[in-house]
Design a protein around this ligand. Structure first.
Ligand code: ADP
Ligand code: ZN
Ligand code: ZN
Length: 661
């Protein structure tokens, strides 16, 4: 019997696609949207394949209704990529697929195709910069692999000119009528990149894919990429799924960035999927960073990725900044800023140069505490502290969104001695205002620079030199080029060293190198001052020597001894319930069903380090193994045993390659 069952992916949390009678649908329709009867109504689905028999009885099978697209909006290759992602991350295939689609295509409407663009006279393309010797070497190696699968780790120090290497490669791909997919962590913060692409390739259409793009534009760009009309696709993690029939090169810039890992809802790593896609398509994949993720560094060391290094700054007279540590032990601080750092800022202001105070705020937000009884403002729904928002006169929970008015006296002892604890950007700002009343201070964090327009305005003030004293969080550590910035001061760095997450050191290391790399990018030399009570710590020592590799090696040997990734692969099952006990019991129950396997370590269920979130308590069950393949095979067996398990008090999910522990 010929294949007559159509497999339809629906946006429904079930692992498998749904069976319908294929009717007139043929292979040419794979990737088209169809309307199907579902329950009492209708739903939009996507035809992803056929098969010849179904577990359903013939009379249960329904025909599909309308076909919504003339030409497929997803190609066979994209469907396979989505199926792989769904299987690898154990996420329902239909949900994965619909998450990848632009919003407007999720609805049962036929796309109205954009009007043809009028022919306009194109501006002349900006000329490419001649490459430095190091850039040339990297470029030549990658060029020699066009048309084949090869992942590259391009480890270039900050300012080494990775972007220029990408641009030269893109030019070659354009000359071969190819398409390039370029993934960046946060596109709204790097408008200079899309500007540079437009300048260099005015004759090519550049599709942009990220959350700030209008729904209509996103759909048109997606379709244009799928028709092969958009030569370049620039976007954030979701863009990894964009259909591109002429794809010849994939670039993941700032590949270490945690934004490539989707945490909420559907979980996947866009960086890892980009490498899968490169193999599927047989094209090179470039992972670029000044501070590669340890996983990537490990893969380069063991030959899975080819390592390309650029050790010098590209700009003729740009040097790496000098890094000095300020020993905090025994110092009297003025609201977290040491006298040495204050003096350095003062000098820099007098010289008319720009300074940046970087605060590592992760897990270290300013809260309110009582100096008399020690009360700390905690969230009543989560096990986290409430964060002080001075301007709004509020305390806010950054995990669940709870807000409370600022208390005027201590809720426990009625004392008036309520003080802010911990340095936040706002408190740093008011300290600096007192210290430097004449400075033009700009605070850049997600509160003040959340929207692209706000950020644009701030960026202008930085570039024109109008602002001379900047305060920023990790937002500012990403890939920016500020020519007037010559001093970077770092406060609060030590907090990461106290974290319970085994990745905290790696994150701090990479953040400090990145933020330090903002200093002295043009002519003037830059300086980085890091305040710490642990000046001997190898992490700080490596940073002051600009030595990524030696500390990366040290972290790797620590991971190896502890049996952590990348030496072991992990999956986590996360459960939440009203009480921790229920979540733990549930995890214990499914742990008992885990197949026995000498190669797999299954740990006891534990409470998550952030126990409560939005009034639910959370627990975690971790399994790990040396072999990814074995772990995944074991996981599948386990999950089939869990299919009947249900507990109405508990919500649970699978987290493959968990990033936050
Ligand atoms: P990265 O992304 O590696 O941090 P960028 O690509 O932003 O570095 O380049 C840093 C600076 O060096 C930029 O101002 C860029 O214009 C300049 N630059 C890059 N390549 C060259 C080159 N070949 N010749 C001169 N200047 C260059
Ligand atoms: Zn009190
Ligand atoms: Zn909360």
């Amino acid at each position: 019997m010929p294949a007559h069952i159509a497999l339809i992916a629906l946006d429904i949390p079930l692992a498998e696609p749904f069976d319908y009678l294929a009717g007139p649908l043929t292979n040419a329709d794979i990737g088209c949207r169809v309307l199907v009867p579902f329950g009492r109504g209708h739903r939009t689905g996507v035809l992803i394949g056929f098969r010849s028999d179904s577990a359903l009885m013939a009379e249960q099978l329904k025909p599909t209704d309308d076909k919504l697209d003339e030409v497929p909006i997803l190609h066979q290759e994209t469907i396979e990529l989505l199926q792989f992602a769904s299987q690898y991350y154990q996420q329902p295939v239909g949900q994965m697929l619909f998450a990848a689609l632009p919003n407007l295509l999720r609805k049962p409407r036929k796309p109205n195709l954009p009007r043809r663009r009028k022919a306009v006279t194109l501006p002349a393309a900006a000329p490419p910069l001649p490459l430095t010797t190091e850039q040339e070497a990297a470029y030549t190696d990658i060029m020699s692999r066009l048309g084949r699968f090869q992942p590259f780790l391009l480890h270039g120090i900050t300012g080494s000119g990775k972007t220029e290497v990408y641009l030269h490669l893109i030019e070659q791909v354009m000359a071969r009528q190819g398409q390039v997919l370029m993934l960046v962590p946060e596109i709204r913060l790097t408008p200079q990149l899309s500007a540079r692409l437009t300048e260099r390739f005015p004759q090519h259409r550049i599709a942009i894919s990220h959350s700030d793009i209008s729904a209509a534009r996103r759909m048109h760009d997606w379709l244009a990429a799928g028709r092969g009309d958009a030569a370049i696709v620039l976007g954030t993690r979701l863009a990894v799924f964009t259909p591109m029939p002429r794809l010849q090169l994939i670039i993941v810039d700032e590949e270490h960035d945690a934004s490539f890992q989707q945490q909420d809802g559907l979980r996947y790593s866009a960086r890892d999927l980009a490498v899968f896609r490169g193999r599927q398509r047989q094209c090179p994949v470039i992972l670029g960073s000044a501070t590669p993720a340890l996983e990537s560094w490990f893969n380069a060391r063991n030959g899975k990725y080819q390592l390309l290094q650029m050790r010098q700054r590209a700009h003729v007279d740009a040097q790496l900044p000098q890094v000095n540590l300020i020993d905090l032990r025994g110092q009297s601080l003025r609201n977290d800023i040491s006298p040495l750092l204050i003096a350095a800022i003062r000098k820099n202001l007098q010289r008319g140069e720009q300074s940046l105070l970087f605060i590592n705020r992760r897990g270290y937000a300013p809260t309110l505490y009582c100096a008399d009884c020690g009360w700390i403002a905690g969230c009543s729904r989560c096990s986290s502290k409430l964060v002080l928002h001075k301007a709004a006169h509020e305390l806010r929970c950054h995990h669940c969104g709870l807000t409370r008015p600022l208390p005027s006296v201590c809720p426990d002892c009625a004392s008036h001695a309520l003080n802010p604890a911990g340095a936040g950007t706002q408190r740093l700002e008011s300290t600096l205002e007192q210290l430097f009343p004449d400075a033009h201070i700009l605070r850049i964090d997600s509160d003040t620079a959340g929207s692209p327009r706000q950020w644009q305005r701030m960026r202008d003030a930085i570039l024109t030199g109008e602002a001379n004293l900047l305060i920023g969080t990790q937002l500012l550590s990403k890939g920016h080029d500020f020519p007037n910035l010559t001093l970077v001061g770092v406060v609060g760095a030590d907090n990461a060293l106290y974290s319970t997450d085994f990745r905290a050191n790696e994150r701090l290391f990479s953040q400090l190198i990145q933020v330090g790399g903002r200093a002295g990018r043009a002519g003037q030399p830059g300086q980085v001052l890091i305040q710490t009570a642990w000046p001997q710590h190898p992490l700080f020592q490596a940073i002051s020597q600009h030595d990524y590799a030696s500390y990366a090696e040290q972290m790797l040997s620590e991971r190896e001894m502890a049996g952590f990734p990348p030496y072991q692969f992990m999956v986590a099952i996360r459960a939440e319930a009203e009480q921790l006990e229920l979540a733990l019991q549930f995890l214990q129950r499914i742990r008992n069903l885990a197949p026995a396997d000498a190669e797999i370590t299954v740990f006891d269920p534990v409470a998550e380090s952030m126990l409560r979130k939005s009034n639910r308590e959370r627990a975690l069950l971790l399994a790990q193994a040396k072999s990814r393949a074995q772990l995944h095979a074991w996981l599948s067996t386990w999950l089939t045993k869990l299919s009947g398990i249900h507990d109405r008090n508990v919500r649970w999910k699978i987290d493959v390659d968990p990033q936050q522990l």
